[in-house]
Structure formats: C-alpha cells, structure tokens
Design a protein around this ligand. Structure first.
Ligand SMILES: [Zn+2]
Length: 311
C-alpha cells in the first residue's frame, strides 16, 4: 500500500515482483485517519481478489514521514488531516488479520528498486527520489539503513549550500531546496521574472511552470531551459558526491518526476562527479530508476522481503 497525500494505491505482487492486482483511489486526505484506514482495508480486500489470507505473507505500507517504523506509528503526515501519532500498523493488523510492516516513502522506494529494479544484485545501493521534495533510502551491506528511531536516510536535508534558499524543513541550503522539482520550478519563475527570453513565458502566462515544461522546452533547444537543467544537474551532482563519499554504493538510482529528464541531467551530474568526487569513487553508475511511478507501491510490498532487524 502506498499512502500518498493525493492517491492511495495498492498492489498484490509475488516474489518476482509481478503485479497480480492493482487498485487506486483518491485519498480521503481531509477526512481523518479512520476514513483513510477504511479506504486502505477496502483496497486490500480488492487486490486480494479472493486469495485466502493463508497465502498472503502480509501488507507493506509506505507512508509520508516522519514515522516510527519500529512501532509502526505515523508521527505526522503533513498532507493528511489529523494524522498525528497514528498507530497505523496495529490498526491495519487488527482490521485485516494480516502482518503489517510500515516505513517511509523514500525507504520503501529504495527497497523496491533494490529488490526488483535498478539496484538488483547490489550489496550497497542508494535510491534518490527527486520530485516535489527529495527523499530516498540507503542500503548498506544488504540491509536498509534505519538509524536511531528509524530516521536515517533523509538525504534531501543534506546541506549543500550554507547560504542557499530556505527548505520545506525551515532551514537554509538543503539539497531539497536547491534540486527538487519545486526548486527547479522556482528557479525557472525567477529567471522569467528577470526577463530571460524563453518559450517558457507562454506556459508561465497560464499556469505555473513544471519540470515537464522545462524538459519540453529543452527538447526544442530553449536556451533558458537548457541552462536550468545544467544548474539542476550540477546541484544534483553535489549531493550525489557526498553520498558517494559517505556510503560508497555499488550504484545510485534516481527516480521521481525530475529524474524523467535524466537525458539532460546526466552529463552535468557526471561532470560534477568527475571533478568533485575522489578518483576511486568516480566510476559508480548513476542511473534512472526502473520502477517508474509504481516504485512506491511495489516498494511497500518489498518490505515483506526485507530483514528489518529489531522490528
Ligand atoms: Zn531541509
């Protein structure tokens, strides 16, 4: 189950990652936890599709954080009304009679890519999701890095520029504030307001510029769009260099909406790694994640495949 602020998705998968059933509904985000949990229970029944409980290993749930994966409690879900200290695992276990595992959306996406996508076969692997924010998860020596209180892997809040823009966390200079989709759109708006000529002016006149608009303009050779993507790739590269040095992964995968522009971003990411990483770290592959927009829900299911230590 992928509990998103706008969509609630569920799949039933087998050990090889084949999706046997899938369903999604709009999340009743304003209706409070009880209503959303009823939605989850209904979706689970639908994707079980008559399969007996004895043949289901359990339910993995990916949720926005912060949450406590050891206790199975969502501490706060910013886009869901009334979600404060919700014991989601216990509530779902009681309602479904199945074992439930819970982790945050970045960690489950990393697990999904590790088990079934671009990280398959890696002992050490990092997934970075670049969308509205920047989230991710870190696999170290064949285990998901959880850290104290299960809070490790908040890659988006690495400081990459001390005097940088203010982040969603309220502090300045986080990677997320420089390289997320929201940051990319903000840099685009600033450049347009400053009068840079660009085909993006037409789009900006009717609606906010998105990463997708910038990719489309870059494909037409728009100079501003190409500059914005060079900057985006450079900022992404800075954070990735720190991750390379800290964790020495076998591979890094980038997912999320902004990573769909990997073709434009990759040369700039590479150029930062080639100049800023210490030489023995430079050959690590950085590639586009394989599972696309199902990474969250497929990844949640792979919680059942993952040794989680003290849970
Ligand atoms: Zn931050």
């Amino acid at each position: 189950v992928d509990l998103g602020g706008t969509r609630l998705r569920a799949v039933r998968i087998d050990h090889e990652g084949h999706v046997l059933q899938h369903r999604s509904v709009a999340t009743a985000a304003t209706a409070g936890p009880e209503a959303v949990i009823s939605q989850i229970v209904a979706l689970v029944e639908q994707v079980m599709d008559g399969v007996s409980r004895a043949d289901i290993e359990g339910i993995g749930v990916g949720s926005p954080g912060p949450l406590d994966p050891f206790k199975g409690v969502v501490l706060r879900a910013p886009n869901l009304h009334g979600w404060v200290d919700v014991p989601l695992r216990a509530m779902l276990q009681e309602r479904t009679g199945l074992p439930v595992l819970l982790n945050n959306d970045g960690n489950v996406a990393a697990l999904g890519e590790w088990h079934l996508g671009s990280g398959r076969g890696c002992r050490d692997f990092i997934y970075v999701g670049v969308g509205t924010g920047i989230g991710g998860g870190i696999i170290v020596s064949g285990r998901l890095l959880l850290g104290r209180k299960g809070m490790a892997g908040e890659v988006g809040h690495m400081k990459v520029q001390l005097d940088g823009p203010v982040c969603s966390c309220g502090k300045a200079g986080c990677w997320e504030a420089l390289a997320s989709g929201v940051a990319l759109a903000r840099f685009a708006q600033e450049a347009l307001r400053a009068g840079r000529p660009s085909s993006l002016h037409d789009r900006a006149a009717t609606q906010p510029v998105t990463a997708g608009d910038i990719f489309a303009a870059a494909a037409e050779g728009d100079a501003l769009a190409l500059d914005l993507l060079q900057q985006e790739g450079t900022y992404l590269g800075r954070g990735l260099v720190s991750l390379l040095h800290l964790f020495s992964p076998d591979r890094i995968a980038l997912g999320g909406g902004v990573a769909q522009g990997m073709a434009w971003l990759e040369p700039h990411i590479r150029s930062v790694i080639e100049t800023q990483a210490m030489p023995p770290f430079r050959d690590v592959p950085v590639e586009y994640a394989h599972l696309g927009d199902r990474v969250g829900v497929i990844g949640a299911a792979t919680l059942l495949l993952t040794p989680m230590g003290d849970q």
